[in-house]
Design a protein around this ligand. Structure first.
Ligand code: AMP
Ligand code: GLY
Length: 436
């Protein structure tokens, strides 16, 4: 098989890497890919951005691609699946209609309410004054969410009414463009967050191992929100009993309700959950794609060939496959960021030590990197390729071990080999579960 992975993050590097472990996968293309996918053997980057559907479609035909796997939400929400399917391609990832579950928080909230899925109490507004009055009446803390896609920045957990009002003023003044035309205001939930991702073919659902992300930049979960600074799986917080309930009370009703609306949802359905100290849970959000960095901890534990699962989702044959097989043990991924992230940061720093990190047993998944001059694409040997920083979250290193202690130690030993100017990573990934 030839597979095209759309995207350029750590998630896409992990997907490409996992696909290439299968003997059935002959070659992977990544568009636009990153420094990691450029240097994987049997993997080649293409230069098309994720929203350039025409060129991507052309590449699918010219390269004889058998399966397209879409990483990020933006092309899904723009309808890449509909576009490529109309040309006869097999695409893993929901259609534009299905992607609304992530692309519109108001739409997702209405779906949850209709399906009876536990979620925070919420109201939707299109007028600043009515939204402010509602916040004043509800009191703080309270959560303000721009309806549409805002690159992870559209949610404000306001500690005071004044903060919530300020957030509303900014959103209605156009801070997030059209994504802020509707605003969802919801009750503030407390507890621990968990990510439950499931594969689905629109009928059958197969949950993946639950994961726990670390969203804040600072140790002890302090400071600004980020795209995710580290993750581990399987998250012990989500016990098998809880997982069974999430499947029954969240994932199945979501898919059934999508079907009742004529949406045949094939891809990843990702539920972001808040789990209260009592063990009760509510859905914070749905995503229509693999998580980043969750994927970098989940896929290294997958034993079933990834392409078999993805093809079965596309062909609506997931129910015919045996249960997903997992390696025993645990995985932990530590993300290294550029100095200044999630604010302004520099690009173009030389990264060294990637091979030593791999030699010490870590899986290095690139995110914001690019292959410098001397890359394979320009004809110079693979071993001489300089890799440069090219984004805020630069790379993630995953350790796999018999237990969390081993997995975390391995990830930290490996990431300690890696250097670039201004490298920053949290030293406390997995602090909640060390030694379990
Ligand atoms: P979302 O994109 O909706 O998951 O929101 C991003 C982050 O905001 C979540 O991962 C939570 O940390 C936080 N968040 C969202 N909704 C709530 C809520 N109702 N209560 C508390 N925190 C929330
Ligand atoms: N790790 C959070 C996300 O993928 O949305």
């Amino acid at each position: 098989m030839k597979v095209l992975v759309v995207g350029n993050g750590g998630r896409e590097h992990a997907i490409a890497w996992a696909l290439l472990r299968s003997p059935q996968v002959e070659q992977v293309f990544c568009t636009p890919g990153n420094g990691g996918t450029a240097t994987l053997s049997r993997c080649q980057n293409l230069p098309y951005s994720v929203d350039d559907f025409e060129r991507i479609g052309q590449a699918v035909r010219e390269q004889g691609i058998d399966l397209v796997v879409v990483g990020p939400e933006v092309p899904l929400a723009m309808g890449i699946t509909d576009y490529l399917q109309a040309q006869g391609a097999m695409v893993f990832g929901p259609t534009k209609a299905g992607a609304q579950i992530e692309a519109s928080k108001a739409w997702a909230k209405a779906l949850m309410q209709k399906a009876g899925i536990p979620t925070a109490k919420a109201a939707v507004f299109t007028q600043e004054s009515a939204a402010k009055d509602y916040v004043t009446a509800q009191g703080a803390p309270i959560v303000v969410k721009a309806d549409g896609l805002a690159a992870g920045k559209g949610v404000i957990v306001a500690e005071t009414v004044a903060q919530a009002h300020q957030a509303l003023e900014a959103i209605f003044a156009g801070q997030f463009g059209d994504a802020g035309k509707f605003v969802v205001i919801e009750e503030c939930l407390i507890g621990q967050e968990a990510s439950v991702l499931a594969l689905t073919d629109g009928i059958t659902i197969r949950p993946l191992l639950p994961a726990q992300d670390h969203k804040r930049i600072g140790e002890g979960d302090t400071g600004e929100n980020t795209g995710g600074m580290g993750v581990y799986a399987p998250a012990p917080l989500v016990t098998p009993e809880l997982m069974a309930r999430i499947e029954r009370e969240v994932l199945q009703p979501a898919i059934a309700t999508l079907r009742s609306r004529g949406i045949d949802y094939r891809g990843v359905l990702y539920a972001g959950l808040m789990i209260a100290p009592t063990g009760e849970f509510k859905v914070l959000e749905f995503n229509c794609r693999f998580g980043d960095p969750e994927t970098q901890a989940i896929l290294p534990l997958l034993e079933t060939p990834l392409e078999e699962l993805l093809v079965a989702c596309c062909q609506q044959k997931l129910g015919e496959l045996p249960p997903i097989a997992w390696k025993p043990g645990a995985a932990a991924c530590v993300v290294a960021a550029a100095k200044g992230y999630p604010g302004a940061y520099e690009k173009g720093q030389v990264i060294t030590g990637i091979e030593s990190a791999q030699a010490s047993g870590g899986c290095v998944f690139h995110a914001g990197t690019k292959a410098g001059v001397g890359s394979r694409e320009s004809g110079v040997g693979k071993d001489d390729i300089p890799i440069l920083t090219d984004g805020g979250r630069v790379l993630g290193v995953t350790g796999v071990g018999e237990n969390f202690e081993q997995a975390i130690a391995l990830a930290y030993d490996a990431i300690a080999q890696i250097h670039f100017d201004g490298i920053y990573y949290r030293r406390d990934i997995g602090y909640r579960i060390r030694n379990s």
